[in-house]
Ligand binder design. Structure first.
Ligand code: ADP
Ligand code: ZN
Length: 449
């Protein structure tokens, strides 16, 4: 592996962990096909639900002769994991399972993913490739402020950064004062957490009068687990001077490290030798050509604990197959700015939380921590945006707050075209689960259920 000589745009040698990022396409496709055939046969033999669905369609593993044949296979969904709760989709025997992880979902039963040691290695490999892509080196000190435990953020970054040779500070989420103290005292160079939690760390630091650019040694941030905008990236970089990298993943497919962005910010490179991506039309379920927006679907090519075949992520994006200047051959997806679950139609207008977020980022008196609530009221639904007010504006008094409310309403209207009731709430009061705020509360859907 260390003899790989694929050119990078910087001319710097490729870290061995990144070698497969640059595999010539015919070799990459051959590797994917080889793994796909193996995993389909493996899952067919061991997962009754998958076998039943294949049998209903008259598909057998030997029918997979090319990568395009993947479309013969049935899809899987989060509801399968819930219906087969807890371990109905487990394929490996328990003696091979080394760890369970759960999705952070706040509704319904959690989903449980059993991981074998090999699955942990695959996942770790994805995180290490993200770190390498971002320019991290073993000299870096990495503060992992994603939650540890059942949620994949903490342990995912932990194993990846440790495996890469970094010095890891496994602090987990919360206790922001201690986060700031250790960040400063240890000279932490790399932070990994949800973007909204990092904004909170910044806010708390500013309250204490900390100048991040002068007093901290931060160079890199790896932010993910929730959608965030380019505007938010700009703010984070402006306040702290670090380079903010996007890291993507989901528990069902591994955890963080399924993909990430390179320095060209052309989307997220997917480590498709492990995680085979497709985009489908969520209505017709037909595959869409590269470049078209639809629902992202993954097949785990070499995970054995709970192989996911054509798993519908509910994340909306498109595949960017055009070459990236970095020279990586693995394809990219556009940054995820919405889950199909979060798309709202209000007064006949499509509304995504990311639009509201970009409006809020234009108003300095509020924080980009918000929740959109839609309530069915008679003929016309009402749209409410709850947003956390910045501490200074909170202290400024009633009249100033009314002005802030008007600014926010105007900013939301300018990006969405919709009139919303704005409710200002105190900083850090919107409920968070694993550092993620539930962005959309659609009381129309909840009523209908
Ligand atoms: P849950 O579905 O319960 O939130 P996870 O904790 O596994 O489960 O979160 C995975 C989801 O988080 C992804 O499907 C995606 O919607 C979101 N996500 C993860 N990373 C990113 C990212 N970098 N950008 C946007 N969304 C992301
Ligand atoms: Zn690139």
């Amino acid at each position: 592996m260390s003899n790989f000589t694929y050119a990078t745009d910087t001319g710097s040698p490729v870290h061995p962990v990144s070698a497969l990022d640059y595999l010539p396409l015919p070799e990459l496709r051959a590797l994917q096909l080889h793994r796909l055939r193996y995993i389909v046969a493996y899952a067919y033999e061991r997962v009754p639900l998958f076998r039943r669905r294949c049998d209903q369609r008259g598909v057998r593993p030997e029918h997979i002769r090319t990568l395009a044949d993947i479309r013969l296979l049935p899809f899987s969904m989060k509801s399968d994991l819930r219906d087969e709760y807890p371990l109905g989709l487990q394929a490996a025997p328990m003696e091979e399972v080394v760890r369970f992880q759960c999705s952070s979902g706040t509704t319904g039963k959690p989903i449980v993913i059993p991981n074998t040691w090999n699955d942990i290695e695959v996942w770790k490999n994805g995180v290490m490739r993200c770190l390498a892509m971002g320019g991290v080196t073993p000299h870096d000190i990495v503060q992992v402020a994603y939650g540890y435990g059942l949620f994949t953020g903490g342990l995912g970054l932990h194993y990846g950064a440790e495996g890469y040779g970094c010095a890891v500070l496994p602090i987990s989420g919360g206790n922001t004062d201690r986060q700031l103290m250790l960040m400063k005292d240890l000279g932490v160079t790399t932070i990994a957490c949800t973007p909204s939690y990092f904004l909170h760390i910044i806010d708390e630091g500013h309250k204490k009068g900390i100048d991040f650019r002068k007093e901290m040694k931060l160079r890199h941030g790896f932010f993910g687990a929730e959608p965030w905008t380019e505007e938010m990236r700009g703010k984070i970089e402006e306040y702290t001077g670090l380079v903010a990298h996007d890291i993507y993943g989901l528990t069902e497919i591994a955890g963080p490290g399924v993909g990430g962005d390179c320095c060209h910010r052309t989307g997220l490179h997917i480590f498709e030798d492990h995680f085979y991506p497709e985009i489908i039309d969520p209505e017709t379920l037909e595959p869409l050509p590269d470049g078209e927006q639809g629902e992202l679907v993954f097949t785990t090519l070499d995970r054995t604990g709970c192989p996911m075949i054509r798993y519908r992520t509910r994340d909306l994006t498109r595949i960017e197959a055009t070459p990236c200047p970095c020279g990586r051959t693995v394809r990219r997806i556009a940054r995820i700015n919405a889950r199909s679950d979060d798309m709202l139609i209000v007064h006949g207008v499509n509304l995504f939380p990311s639009q509201v977020e970009s409006g809020l980022l234009k108003v300095p008196e509020v924080l980009p921590h918000y929740q959109i609530v839609v309530t069915p009221t008679g003929a016309l639904d009402t749209l409410e945006v709850k947003v956390e007010i910045a501490p200074d504006a909170l202290a400024a008094g009633e009249a100033a707050r009314a002005g802030v409310q008007r600014h926010v309403a105007a900013a939301v209207k300018s990006v969405t075209g919709l009139s919303a009731t704005i409710t200002l709430v105190e900083p850090h009061t919107l409920p968070r689960s694993e550092g993620k705020i539930r962005r959309v509360v659609d009381l129309r859907r909840e009523k209908a259920v």
